[in-house]
Design a protein around this ligand. Structure first.
Ligand code: CTP
Ligand code: MG
Length: 195
């Protein structure tokens, strides 16, 4: 293989990885746009006297974000079927007509779940809503949530879609993408902090 072919392969891996992660990537900023209203913890405290999750995690954000992430997935399925592109996943599960719905749910809802679990952890550490967490956790919560939930239900799809190189690309690109999206959200006045 020559240098050009290596670059082409690397580029393709990155495109495939981002494509497969789009429903998860979209869920978080979508939650910022549609979130608000009743908090998931109904305003209740944990036994340490601090909020269980805090006012930044709402039911509307959780399900609205997950739903909009899934909608992006439906559009992606349409694009792949329409253009007949072979190298991007169409989120179909062999032998299961409606498996793609479950798959898009685990990808997208898993991201929101990871985000909520992170908030639980932040509150236990005494960090207020919106405060920055240490170690890039704010950038990786949704990626890990999405991977773990999807892996638990769609093991075969997961490992046939993501090679170790795809996972590595996602792990490297996610903090950068996350940062860019949050700065945009902050500038638009949708987000209170740029992280
Ligand atoms: N949001 C929501 N419901 C969710 C997730 C997010 O309503 N399940 C909305 C909230 O308005 C939240 C905003 O999206 O303030 C930004 O989300 P995020 O940065 O994850 O929350 P923070 O407010 O920073 O709170 P935390 O410290 O708990 O992460
Ligand atoms: Mg935040």
């Amino acid at each position: 293989m020559n240098v050009i072919e290596y670059i082409q392969d690397g580029f393709l891996i990155i495109i495939q990885a981002i494509w497969a992660m789009l429903p998860a990537y979209l869920a978080n900023p979508a939650a910022v746009l549609v979130g608000g209203g009743t908090p998931i913890d109904f305003g209740k405290n944990w036994r340490d006297g601090r909020r269980i999750l805090g006012n930044g995690k709402t039911w509307r954000g959780l399900f609205g974000g997950a739903f909009l992430g899934m909608c992006i997935g439906f559009i992606q399925i349409g694009i792949v079927r329409f253009t007949n592109i072979k190298y991007l996943t169409d989120f179909s599960i062999p032998g299961s007509d409606f498996g793609f719905i479950g798959l898009l749910f685990t990808l997208s809802f898993g991201a929101m779940l990871g985000d909520a679990i992170k908030s639980f952890w932040k509150r236990r550490k005494g960090l207020e809503r919106g405060q920055k967490s240490p170690y890039f956790i704010d950038s990786y919560d949704f990626m890990l949530g999405s991977w773990l939930l999807t892996m638990s239900f769609f093991w075969a799809w997961f490992w046939s879609t993501f090679s170790i190189w795809h996972l590595l690309s996602v792990a490297i690109l996610t903090p950068a993408l996350h940062r860019i999206v949050n700065i945009i959200g902050y500038k638009m006045g949708k987000k209170e902090e740029p992280w």
